[in-house]
Design a protein around this ligand. Sequence first.
Ligand SMILES: *[C@@H]1O[C@H](CO)[C@@H](O)[C@H](O)[C@H]1NC(C)=O
Ligand SMILES: *[C@@H]1O[C@H](CO)[C@@H](O)[C@H](O)[C@H]1NC(C)=O
Ligand SMILES: *[C@@H]1O[C@H](CO)[C@@H](O)[C@H](O)[C@H]1NC(C)=O
Ligand SMILES: *[C@@H]1O[C@H](CO)[C@@H](O)[C@H](O)[C@H]1NC(C)=O
Ligand SMILES: *[C@@H]1O[C@H](CO)[C@@H](O)[C@H](O)[C@H]1NC(C)=O
Ligand SMILES: CC(=O)N[C@H]1CO[C@H](CO)[C@@H](O)[C@@H]1O
Length: 704
Amino acid sequence: MADKAREAIYKMPRKTRGIGAGLLGAAAIGVYGQIRLSSNGSYKQIQKVLIANRGEIACRVMRTAKRLGIETIAVYSDADEKALHTKTADKAYRIGEASPLKSYLKMDTILEVALKSGAHAVHPGYGFLSENPEFADLCQKNDIIFMGPPAQAIRDMGMKNTAKKIMIDAKVPVIEGYNGSNQDPQYLFEEAKRIGYPLMIKAVRGGGGKGMRIAWKEKDFFESLESAKSESQKSFGDSDMIMEKFVERPRHVEVQVFGDKWDNYVYLWERDCSLQRRHQKVIEEAPAPLLSMETRHRLGKAACDAARAVNYEGAGTVEFIMDPKGDFYFMEMNTRLQVEHPISELICGIDLVEWQFKVAQGEKIPIKQEDLKINGHAIEARVYAEDSAAGFMPTAGLLEHLSFPTNARVDSGVVQGDSVTVFYDPMIAKVIVHGADRTEAINRLDNALNNTHIGGLCNNVSFVRKCLTHPEFVAGNVYTDFIADHEKELLGKDDKPSMDVVAEGVIGQLLVRSSNVDPSKGPFYANDYFRLNHAPNKNVSGLNNASIQVKIEKDNRYKFEYDGQNVEAVVTNVEYEEENVVRFDIELDKKRWRSKAVQLKDSVAIYGIEHREWSAPREKCYDDEAASDASLEARSPMPGVIEKVLVKPGEKVSNGQPLIVMMAMKMEYSVRAKADCIIKSINCEAGQNVTKNAILVKFEENQD
Ligand SMILES: *[C@@H]1O[C@H](CO)[C@@H](O)[C@H](O)[C@H]1NC(C)=O
Ligand SMILES: *[C@@H]1O[C@H](CO)[C@@H](O)[C@H](O)[C@H]1NC(C)=O
Ligand SMILES: *[C@@H]1O[C@H](CO)[C@@H](O)[C@H](O)[C@H]1NC(C)=O
Ligand SMILES: *[C@@H]1O[C@H](CO)[C@@H](O)[C@H](O)[C@H]1NC(C)=O
Ligand SMILES: *[C@@H]1O[C@H](CO)[C@@H](O)[C@H](O)[C@H]1NC(C)=O
Ligand SMILES: CC(=O)N[C@H]1CO[C@H](CO)[C@@H](O)[C@@H]1O
């Protein structure tokens, strides 16, 4: 192909490019910007890809790359030297220290690795550099394909003001708000009055709920503004804010779109991601429940209009806010592959990462819009290391036990024995299922989560299951405040577990301990099991360390007392899987079920009717300050870095007032006063690392 012909195509208006290139034949495919050409000018495939990310998404991209015969290059920080993504790649390069700023966000270092390793393309995953136009440019300048949209599309969509303007021009529906350059707080306050409350204050460069706050009432305005600004400054190096009317009972509905270099755009239907906590998604499903096909097509078309308006290429997501009437408004476009992309893959029967490779190589989108049918229903649950009951605080620590269901798709970047660290997102896995319809998908996911066993680390598996099986969720009545509105049912503590739960706990402890009687004897478990019969009275720990005395009689009959009642359970089919894992059937009160017990370092985890860890107790995930006197001190609820100290010794503070701002796992958290009091001393300073439970502030007793 003569250079002149290529030049000609390149200069054609975008809309006609496809036609021009079509006339000139296949050899012309490799002409635009980033596409690599072999020396004779013919089109060259991506044969080696560097994944500029970590964790589950790095592993997920590698899976498709390997299937396509593409060589994979990983980069890793010191904290990830032994991580799954590092081990999975064909080659891996260290890029720096654990902190993202010193590794996964270092553009030059990553580019250097790409050049050194001969990568043809860089896949940025999500987060980190995925929506950084400078990085996209940098790759392009160095003749490396950036597997995302053109830098300009990232820029347009990254600046919320610009994005909104482009959407208005493209006739995509948007919502009322303030998007000006005057950032004077008093001016913003006046604008907020005009828009009305509740009001959303968002970082211009924000995303993923970072740098965003809702001011419910006028009196919250300045605190919310300050907090959003500081988080934005931290995350994006920019603190300009926009404000919007906050739609009550809104749904978060987003559309997966795809564009190629040939002016083709398709939508892969919508996802409902309404179930959120801390503005971050917990459960996502596709398609969105209770929408008419007519609305679905309108959404899809609006999303393609949005993508076309910025000359989008590759995988992207257009997010809409939808009111109960089904009217929707453009929120933002995420110019990358999303965390929840698998549910779209499942209902469309495609591999989005494969499409990314194709489109990045200059190929056309392989399927036409009219052939993209919705097949069944898919749901994804995000399994996090977090303490759902304690304000969804992220946790960190060792995954002492980890086993995943075999009847679901599980995208994860960790294995048993790995740690969840404070440096990165605390997501452990995404558990994804597909069903013929929504009901079937819900049941499958509940079952899959029942078989997602995590031991030694606080996690939200039980919480997610409660959401999933909540009657309102089952009915499809989802909206973004769902979790907050149903907090009581979803997070309420059951002080008194059922007899069944206690029975599996008690028996599981005995069985798993007996397997550890003498490990040197090898797996002759029957013997150990028998030994219990010679010492019929055993104490195990019950709830809150109460001791429960268990009598073991002939025929594997276990007797104990609970809550004033005599309990008698029969245990059968005991199977030791590994040295620390035992499965068994329990028969109690004409009921029979199977349970699993795992011996952890300081406790026994039971996965049966419930997932529960029995003492000798580890530290609780987060002290709800029962242990400390909230009127005398404020403690750090998690390990993290002190961001800002807002008070001084001698200062009088009132109940609820923020005292300290800290960052942990990329989230900002305010430590607040739990009573009216006077500050006695500040026991930390900005920039300092603190451990969980560290005393941050001490109070004097307030005399008035
Ligand atoms: C802000 O939004 C209005 C419409 O609501 C639009 O006319 C204006 O151009 C936007 N300004 C900026 C700076 O994006
Ligand atoms: C239970 O006992 C352990 C020591 O065996 C102790 O560390 C822990 O604080 C106790 N927990 C409760 C709730 O009493
Ligand atoms: C075992 O449990 C019984 C009954 O709860 C209690 O009286 C006894 O003190 C316990 N023994 C030990 C060693 O904890
Ligand atoms: C969860 O799994 C356990 C054991 O595998 C089983 O006994 C229990 O019935 C299951 N619960 C649900 C709701 O599926
Ligand atoms: C503080 O924590 C960071 C990570 O948050 C870690 O890299 C650093 O070594 C810690 N510094 C100190 C003094 O403990
Ligand atoms: C270990 C842990 O934090 N589990 C939480 C998961 O969610 C449930 C809510 O259903 C909480 O009660 C648990 O504390």
